[in-house]
Every structure is written in C-alpha cells, then in structure tokens.
Design a binder for this molecule. Structure first.
Ligand code: FEO
Length: 169
C-alpha cells in the first residue's frame, strides 16, 4: 500500500510520461514537415518509448492497488526553429524529466518506501541514457552546421533506429 503523497506523485509522473510522448509526437510532425523523415521516425520511436515508460508506471500503480486518476495532457508544440532547436528542446525536456525523477526518488527515500525507490531507479538509469543519446545527436548536427549533405546523412542514420521496448529488459 502506497502512501497517498507517493501515489499522487507517481500519478503526476505517469502524466508527465504521457506528456513526453505527446511532445515527441509534435517533434515528429515538425521533422516530417521539413522533410527530415529519418528524424521524424526517430521522434516517433521516442514517442513509443515514452508510452512504454508510462505503461510501466501504470502497471506499478495497478499492482499497488492505487486508485488511478488520469490528469489532462497539455497541447504539444509542432513548430520549431530548426531540427537543431528541436533536439535541443528534447534534451531540455529530458533534463527536466531527470530532475522530476530525482525528486521522486528523494521523496520515496524520505518515506522509506524501498519498493517504489527501487522501481524508480530503472527510470533514473534510463534518463542517463536518454540525455547522452540526445547530446550525441546535438553534437553531430552542430558539427555539420549548414551542410545539407551532412544533415541528410545524419537524418538517414536517425531513420535507422528501431523500436525496442525499453521496459523489456
Ligand atoms: Fe520517459 Fe524520456 O522520459
């Protein structure tokens, strides 16, 4: 049985994971609009990853018999300055998500809720990977600058990403 404060914080996090999925869907739409289909596909896979993150949390809440509520999801942006700007905003968002997860971990630690703390560490580790991946992509895009061929090559590379359910390991 979870403490009310923790259950509520997890429901908020569940909402943020779905919000993240929506944010990436918007980024996918933008990339497609400017003709970067590889990037669009990459963001679509990121959308799927976020849904998987949300569903892992949803399952945990169900297992803990929490009375689940589903707060509303905000409108997502579909307009960005450039593909570099899009990935920079994605990184900024992941840094925000990491901060939320750290705060949640602190809350569970303070309440000696070891089970929830353990469950959250999966997310904390996942965040390190997500931030690192985005940093690498941003570096590559910066490196090619205005070179259209370079950007095309990066877009091809991003398009090769396939969805692997992150919660399956
Ligand atoms: Fe589920 Fe990218 O944070």
């Amino acid at each position: 049985m979870l403490k009310k404060e923790i259950a509520n914080a997890l429901i908020l996090q569940l909402n943020k994971e779905f919000q993240s999925a929506y944010i990436y869907l918007g980024m996918s739409a933008y990339a497609s609009k400017i003709g970067l289909n590889g990037s669009s596909s990459w963001f679509l896979i990121q959308y799927q990853e976020e849904v998987a993150h949300a569903m892992k949390l949803f399952k945990y809440l169900e297992d803990q018999d929490v009375d689940i509520t589903l707060p509303k999801i905000e409108k997502a942006n579909v307009d960005f300055e450039s593909i570099l700007d899009t990935f920079k905003k994605a990184l900024k968002h992941e840094i925000f998500m990491s901060a939320n997860l750290n705060e949640l971990s602190d809350l569970t630690m303070k309440n000696k809720d070891h089970a929830t703390y353990n469950m959250l560490q999966w997310y904390v580790t996942e965040q390190v990977e997500e931030e690192a991946t985005l940093n690498t992509i941003i570096d590559k895009i910066k490196l090619v600058g205005d070179n259209g061929y370079g950007l095309y090559a990066i877009d091809q590379e991003l398009g090769a990403r396939v969805f692997v359910d992150p919660t399956s390991n």
